[in-house]
Design a protein around this ligand. Structure first.
Ligand code: NAP
Length: 334
């Protein structure tokens, strides 16, 4: 089978295509023909060597495809099932233990930039009905992170106001889930053209965060002085100050990303004064992924895919991500 390997110390020029033999599934395992993956910032950090991985690691946390063989004692999946991978295959549900988070495909274990993967059946869930493989592959990391932030941690309710930052995978899923729940969405972007596309997707209000660096106050103004109920915080150090400014008294900020910096000076008084609920998010578990997929099957939500690249052009796919021109998910067809 064809597989991509990342040589140490990483970098887009150290991704090479190689041939490997697929492994037959053992007891409790399935063999999956992987047909698609999708790019996340986390994968970018791995391939760039910023998250060190073992020499020869197969990158990519997200994978979707079809079960082609099942080992003994597999009762949850059958040959022909369309499946998608789990970001944390060991985390079944409930509060995470360190062991639940130990294995991350494409990081601490081989991932999905390859044609076949043999793994325990519980490392996959069924894909949403009618989804293409590429659509299914967008859910493992970005989709589930947005779901967990808003639904599990945020306990999102109809009528609440959600602020999403930028037009990457996580934020666009958050916009879509928020609208499906009957929330009002304020969306930000650095590009007016992307803001128009956010409105077409259902964003009720949009703000250009480059043109209006004090967008936290703009969000307060858009909510008649109340502030937003939930912030999908993907910028990190460079955006948290405005997120705190945007939040309502008692609001919830889901700390997800680091695109604008890894650290910040903590505005302690504002956190106290606003009685904020600030929650670090690390993707989610199998139970939440199944819950998200049931909701998708019920409401027909479709992921926003920016572009497709063949597996051989994985480095070009990452260069496209690096450019920041994308809107939604970049997928690999395998
Ligand atoms: N904690 C977790 O479990 C988890 C899971 C998934 C992702 N993440 C993190 O979340 C972040 C986003 O991931 P992703 O996969 O959605 O990335 P992505 O698809 O690559 O998102 C890139 C987009 O983010 C927007 N952006 C960049 N800087 C921004 C800023 N200062 N303010 C507002 N928006 C900004 C830009 O949108 P515009 O072009 O519209 O300006 C850019 O196009 C990353 O840091 C990633 O590591 C964390």
């Amino acid at each position: 089978m064809k597989a991509v390997k990342l040589a140490k110390p990483g970098g887009l020029n150290n991704l090479t295509i190689t041939q490997l033999a697929p492994r037959q599934p053992g007891r409790g395992e399935v063999l999956v023909r992987i047909r698609a993956s999708s790019l996340n910032y986390h994968d970018y950090l791995v391939v760039q060597g910023a998250i060190p991985a073992t020499d020869g690691r197969i990158p990519m946390s997200d994978g979707a495809g079809e079960v082609v063989e099942v080992g003994d004692d597999v009762h949850t999946l059958a040959k022909g099932d369309k499946v998608l991978s789990l970001f944390f295959p060991n985390w079944a549900g409930g509060p995470a233990s360190p062991n639940d988070l130990r294995v991350v495909p494409g990081d601490s274990a081989d991932g999905f930039a390859c044609e076949y993967v043999t793994a325990p059946a519980q490392a996959f869930t069924r894909a949403p009905t009618g989804y293409s493989d590429a659509e299914a592959a967008t859910l493992t990391c970005a989709g589930l992170t947005a779901w967990r932030a808003l639904v599990t941690d945020g306990e999102l309710r109809a009528g609440e106001v959600v602020l999403v930052q930028g037009t990457g995978g996580v934020s666009i899923f958050a916009l879509q889930f928020a609208k499906a729940f009957g929330a009002t969405v304020i969306a930000t972007s650095s590009s007016d053209e992307k803001l128009a596309r956010l409105q077409a997707l259902g964003a009720d209000h949009v703000i250009n965060y480059k043109a209006d660096p004090k967008w936290g106050q703009a969000a307060i103004d858009l909510t008649d002085g109340r502030g937003v109920d939930h912030v999908i915080e993907i910028g990190g150090g460079g955006t948290i100050g405005q997120s705190v400014a945007a939040a309502r008294l008692g609001g919830h900020i889901a700390i997800i990303g680091v695109l604008a910096g890894y650290s910040m000076e903590m505005p302690v008084v504002a956190f106290i004064g606003k009685q904020l609920r600030v929650m670090g998010v690390s993707v989610g578990n199998r139970h939440e992924q199944q819950e998200m997929i049931r909701a998708i099957n019920a409401n027909g939500l479709r992921p926003v895919i920016d572009s497709h690249f063949p597996l051989d052009q994985i480095a070009d796919a990452f260069r496209h991500q690096e450019s920041g021109r994308h809107f939604g998910k970049i997928c690999l067809d395998i």
